[in-house]
Design a protein around this ligand. Sequence first.
Ligand code: ADP
Ligand code: MG
Length: 234
Amino acid sequence: MTTVSPPVLRLEAVRRVHPGGVVALRGVSLEVAAGDDLAIVGPSGSGKSTLLHLMGTLDRPTSGIVHLGGHDTAGLRDAELSRLRARQLGFVFQHSHLAERLDAVANVATGLLYAGVPRRRRRARALEALDRVGLAHRAGHLPGQLSGGERQRVGIARALVNEPALVLADEPTGALDQATGRQVLDLFREVHAQGTTIALITHDPGVAAVFSRRVEIRDGVLTEVATGVAGARA
Ligand code: ADP
Ligand code: MG
């Protein structure tokens, strides 16, 4: 008997109309399977961030279904949804959004606040996650003492620290110079190779090309572009 594990995340005919009447998503369906490395590519204004917010249950659709970790999220109250999100998802944004007064390890530990990990275990877990992104030696540094690339790596460690079923990243290399962006992208590939499922949003086809599965979004409509082996780095 073969068993097929259910998708980590499933969107079905999702529409999102923003206040003011902008239709940002026009019936998007998308499944993310465990083990995927997915790039969602599209030009500015195409609906990428709106989609990421819905995938991340940070926003609710106007209509359609968002299924996460076996739950139809429409049936969950905000507090239940927060708990589900904390267990299932890790987020990386364009700007690392670190707390400037907390050192690197304390910033990473904030990723465990709502995940039900006892306080005394948090620091050790955070140090492990910092080690995964190659920054164990910067654990005691404040964000202001770190480079842009290091700050983003701390942000990635914070997303990984609760071992989420899915990491969602919105333009994580968008604020970095090209060389640093590539290092951060290499880190995502490494993390994926170690078993983490990733969905990354980008406007840059060169970034998307290193992912094995690519979907494109244009004017709120999603199309599958490629499933297979990641293309050669440009
Ligand atoms: P992208 O991330 O691809 O640049 P967005 O998802 O941010 O695209 O935006 C898609 C469309 O929805 C754009 O037309 C944008 O102006 C609009 N939009 C995004 N967020 C809001 C909002 N909070 N209120 C009103 N319109 C919005
Ligand atoms: Mg965006």
